[in-house]
Design a binder for this molecule. Structure first.
Ligand code: DC
Length: 226
């Protein structure tokens, strides 16, 4: 059976992870959340008391960082681990979200994580979501999907998710963070989020999860039958 790599890029909080997990489960592929890796580096930097904008200091601690994924027996999802500790929950806080785009702007951080991401895709059968997966990490991915939705819709969904997991915040704070990250992610000089005509586009502002999954699955089937 032919195996492919699927790249899913797009804006923050537009459900890339949800779609990626659904596709990986349906196909028996590995799901990799590349954003979780940038978040784990950010957590390390914050715990070390470093300024996330201090590129030299951040670069100097990269050799101390070991990030990997392990399947969580309770949820069945793969959690991100940082130097022997499961940090899946802690990397989702607003504190990490506030600095992660600055960390993701640092070229040495990107090189460090991209090398690791590319290794994970060597044998194919990977669904990876992020910002540069179709452009930099897997430029030859057989299927590239670009996802977006309006900032307000994304902020509402993210706010509901954070509230449900007991994290205290406001809708306005989440919306502000999303708008900020959209700008930083799209204008940074190294590997900005860029839509190209190689992507198939999903705007899910008014689409259900099932509808987008069906649409993506049809694309997968057409690529597999090519
Ligand atoms: O997908 P996310 O919101 O968890 O990503 C967190 C941050 O990491 C986001 O602001 C952009 C950055 N990121 C990136 O630059 N490249 C990726 N492949 C994934 C995430």
């Amino acid at each position: 059976m032919k195996r492919i790599n699927i790249a899913i890029d797009g804006h923050s909080s537009c459900g890339k992870g949800t779609l990626a997990k659904q596709l990986a489960a349906a196909l028996g592929y590995k799901f990799i959340d590349s954003g979780a890796m940038y978040r784990a580096v950010t957590l390390f930097v914050q715990r070390a008391g470093l300024n996330p904008e201090d590129e030299i200091a951040v670069t100097s601690v990269l050799p101390e960082i070991r990030i990997y994924f392990e399947v969580n027996a309770e949820t069945g999802h793969s959690d991100v681990w940082l130097n022997g500790e499961n940090v899946e929950k802690e990397i989702r806080t607003l504190k990490v979200a506030e600095s992660v785009s600055q960390i993701a702007e640092i070229s040495e951080v990107r090189r460090f994580l991209v090398a690791f991401q590319q290794k994970m895709g060597i044998d194919k059968g990977v669904v990876m979501d992020g910002r540069d997966i179709g452009t930099i990490v897997f430029p030859n991915a057989e299927l590239k999907i670009f996802m977006t939705a309006s900032p307000e819709v994304r902020a509402r969904r993210r706010f509901d998710e954070l509230s449900a997991s007991g994290i205290k915040t406001t809708y306005e704070e989440v919306l502000g963070n999303i708008r900020n990250r959209d700008i930083i992610d799209s204008v940074r000089s190294d590997s900005p989020l860029t839509y190209t005509n190689e992507y198939r586009l999903i705007d899910n502002s008014s689409m259900s999860r099932d509808e987008q999954f069906e649409m993506a699955l049809k694309w997968v089937v057409s690529v597999l039958n090519r």
